[in-house]
Design a protein around this ligand. Structure first.
Ligand SMILES: [Zn+2]
Ligand SMILES: [Zn+2]
Length: 362
């Protein structure tokens, strides 16, 4: 389906028009997020941004969309991957079958998600889900879902690894790569300074708030990245730039990035308050808190997203010294099986009392 340079219809007059050299292709996905956007940037370096998912429907929609724009797949000179989630890069191998010569670019941190084995990741998630207090019988199904997603990743490897501050040519313009970790550790936004256009990918979405999905450390020896802490930093960094048109990974283009960022930050602040309020009544695991905040996210990918959301907010509260994980406390006071090895989070005041410390500061 094509949603590019047509003037907006009645009733959607808020949606800004794309410049003539950029087209948006809305591609179907089988995931709860709904369709994903790929973009074409026209000019001397004809560029495809993201490929959509690894499905027959996604591939057909991409090829149809390109054809409607008069773009033969073999004319695409480069494919820029915004981040290695399968709704965005899963279709890469399929696209390269139509054009094996296209150069592929992605952030250097994305390497394990191109032809890598999902096994090390699954080991990380097994451990984290246990610490999150997910009842043991639920863990295998979640890991199986993650394994199946991993199998949809492309085998092709990018020829160029990007990092923050790199300049790349797309179309006729020079675009700056902004590394904006959080939703994905290797998420990039692409910014054209003079026209104030930014491809925001999944870093800022107009219709849903981006999830700072818990991920393994980018390298050996590093601890689990505090993805929501990173995300909020990167969100403020992007909001400080002058942007007149934002082109997201899902949903329509939008203009007022600052207003949207403000809204998202307010939502996160409210969620932090909610969690603190709950922890004031007693310690809890990530899973127990997720049951309170997201009672309907009880399996599969939605459960991982809910646990990530809570973990992220606890990380923010921990960085602010408002909560503390307590690995030697016994988890499993709520519903479900007792979760051996779970981390219990306490509000810091309560934690101090439990350890016999006086005073309540903070
Ligand atoms: Zn994503
Ligand atoms: Zn996405």
């Amino acid at each position: 389906m094509l949603a590019s340079t047509e003037p907006p219809g009645e009733g959607v007059s808020q949606e800004p028009r794309l410049p003539g050299h950029i087209a948006r292709l809305e591609l179907p996905t089988p995931y709860p997020v709904g369709p994903v956007n790929a973009y074409v940037v026209f000019g001397r370096c004809l560029t495809l941004i993201d490929t959509g998912p690894n499905t027959d429907e996604g591939e057909a929609a991409l090829l149809d969309g390109l054809q409607a724009l008069g773009v033969a797949p073999e004319k695409v000179q480069q494919v820029v991957i915004t981040h290695p989630h399968v709704d965005h890069h899963g279709g890469l191998d399929r696209f390269l079958r139509h054009n094996p010569r296209a150069r592929v670019l992605a952030h250097m941190g994305a390497a394990p998600f191109f032809g890598g084995s999902p096994e090390p990741r699954l080991g990380f998630y097994r451990q984290w889900l246990r610490e999150a207090g997910l009842p043991a019988p639920l863990i295998p199904a979640v890991l199986e879902g993650l394994r199946r997603l991993g199998e949809l990743e492309p085998k092709a490897k990018p020829q160029r690894w990007l990092q923050d501050g790199d300049l790349i040519v797309m179309g006729d313009g020079t675009w700056r790569v902004l590394h904006t970790p959080g939703h994905s550790g290797s998420q990039i936004c692409l910014y054209h300074e003079s026209s104030r256009v930014m491809f925001t990918a999944d870093h800022i979405l107009p219709q849903v708030s981006s999830n700072a999905i818990v991920e393994p450390a980018p390298g050996p020896g590093a601890g689990r990245p505090r993805t929501l802490v990173q995300y909020l930093d990167a969100l403020r960094r992007v909001a400080a730039l002058p942007i007149e048109l934002a082109l997201p990974g899902h949903g329509p283009p939008f203009a007022d990035v600052q207003a949207l960022v403000h809204e998202r930050l307010a939502m996160h602040a409210q969620r932090l308050e909610q969690l603190l309020g709950r922890l004031a009544t007693g310690p809890a695991t990530v899973f127990e808190l997720a049951r309170v905040l997201f009672p309907h996210a009880d399996h599969g990918q939605q459960l991982v997203l809910a646990l990530s959301e809570v973990q992220g907010h606890l990380d923010v509260l921990e960085a602010a010294e408002q909560v503390r994980p307590d690995s030697d406390a016994l988890a499993g006071t709520g519903a479900g099986d007792p979760a051996a090895g779970a981390l219990v989070y306490r509000a810091v005041d309560a934690a101090r009392r439990a350890h016999g410390m006086s005073g309540g500061g903070g």
